[in-house]
Design a protein around this ligand. Structure first.
Ligand code: MEV
Length: 438
């Protein structure tokens, strides 16, 4: 059967799902019912979601959880997290509780510079291009005035534009490298609009520049686009306490715990295979808050992993030490986030998440996100270096299996008691439930 179709995007939603159901499903009616089951009963909300992207057929749910008791810079917050992976929210909440009685998290925004580039080809004398750039630089600012006026009123705008010679990497390749301050917006639209105007000015002015020959006048713009690598848009999150304060029921020997914890961090600093998983744990916290607050987690992921490789080898984003009897654990990550624009005023649950965070500025949101990443990393390393990660996971797994078999409350208690002492596996639980039911 031919499963191609032309004009699909123009079909009404009902016809789209009809076509999908008939083409791809052995039980089309069931597929249709499932798709519709996930439509929102409130037509206004559904329309909103339909219009976020193209060819929407239904909604794909991800749970929104919360981790309360985060003491950050002396103030308690509850952090919203959108994530499908079990244990992540529980781990964040546990780390938040732990640090809330040990001085809490400190978070600091170090800088907030965003970046965009116009990539172009220029066939000629580089010194002439430099002179030309110096001459048109103020014009690059002037001709973006209509785009930058509002941003300037909010204290942002273009910070600088420089010309980079990249001909050692590719023949004739140069770039305008611009830096921006975009305040509470992530700034993608603002930056891209400025860049496209720079490209226009660059090309037009080159045509009229007397010192250029015909080849030099013919600047070829390849593309104008922001960079998701923002190594000067950094937030730091940290926790620290006297070694002895680490003690609690599950940490009977704080010194031994701290030493092993630091070794685990060092392994991630020197060993890329471990660093990737270590940082993945950090991203469990980072992405969940980024997603809940309507930000672009792909941009954040790409930028953070590039940052983790900035010294030529992929390495840990977090670090730990003991100095003068004080245990410290911290991370620094690049984060380009917005709390205005984009989804932030459109998606009802994004609005709710931002309100839960008391409508933060972009800088405050950077702090929440970094803290969630550090908390997650602390929780993971704590389990890994003590009980191992499976203990917690298997408890969750057991719960999922119990639910799958629709166990009664009495059965549930018996199963949980039995598997405190016995190894959990799907078949072991299944056999035990069967034996109970016999
Ligand atoms: C699982 O989602 C994340 C961990 O693998 C992170 C880590 O190993 O540090 C537990």
């Amino acid at each position: 059967m031919n499963k191609a179709i032309s004009g699909f995007s123009k079909l009404p939603k009902e016809e789209k799902i009809q076509w999908i159901a008939n083409q791809y499903f052995s039980k089309p009616l069931e597929a249709l019912a499932l798709l519709k089951n996930y439509w929102n009963t409130d037509e206004k909300i559904q329309k909103l979601h339909d219009e976020f992207i193209e060819n929407t057929i239904t909604n794909f749910y991800i749970p929104l959880g919360v981790a309360p008791n985060f003491l950050i810079n002396g103030k308690f917050s509850t952090i919203p997290m959108a994530i499908e992976e079990s244990s992540v929210v529980a781990a964040a909440a546990k780390a938040a509780n732990f640090w809330s009685t040990r001085g809490g998290f400190k978070a600091t925004v170090i800088n907030t510079e965003k970046i965009g580039q116009v990539h172009f080809l220029y066939k000629g004398d580089a010194s002439k291009l430099n002179a030309f750039f110096s001459q048109i630089k103020s014009q690059l600012y002037d001709e973006t005035a209509s785009i930058t006026t509002n941003m300037q009123k909010r204290g942002g705008g273009i910070l600088d534009i420089i010309l980079n010679d990249k001909t050692h990497l590719m023949p004739n390749y140069f770039q305008l490298h611009a830096t921006f301050e975009t305040k509470d917006s992530m700034g993608a639209n603002f930056i891209n609009s400025c860049l496209e105007q720079f490209a226009k000015t660059l090309k037009e002015e080159a045509c009229h520049y007397n010192l250029f020959n015909e080849d030099e006048k013919d600047i070829e713009v390849v593309m104008s686009i922001l960079s998701n690598y923002v190594p000067n848009c950094i937030v730091r999150a940290e926790v620290s306490c006297p070694l002895s304060d680490l003690q609690e029921k599950q940490i009977p020997n704080p010194e031994e715990f701290a030493q092993k914890f630091i070794q685990a961090v060092q392994i991630a600093e020197i060993e890329p295979y471990r660093a990737v998983t270590h940082n993945k744990g950090i991203m469990n916290g980072v992405d969940a808050v980024v997603l809940a607050t309507g930000n672009d987690f792909r941009a954040v992921e790409a930028g953070i992993h590039a940052y983790a490789s900035r010294n030529g080898q992929y390495s840990s984003l977090s670090h730990a030490k003991i100095e003068d009897g004080i245990f410290s654990f911290w991370l620094e990550i690049p984060l380009a986030l917005g709390t205005v624009g984009g989804l932030t005023s459109l998606h009802p649950l994004v609005k709710l998440s931002l309100e839960m965070l008391e409508n933060p500025s972009a800088k405050e949101l950077m702090q929440f996100v970094a803290v969630a990443g550090l908390a997650q990393n602390f929780a993971a390393l704590r389990s890994l270096t003590t009980t191992g990660i499976q203990e917690g996971h298997m408890k969750m797994h057991l719960n999922n299996i119990i639910n799958q078999f629709e166990a009664t409350d009495v059965e549930r208690m018996a199963i949980q008691k039995h598997f405190k002492k016995n190894t959990i596996s799907h078949s072991a639980v299944e056999n035990y439930i069967i034996s109970l039911r016999e």
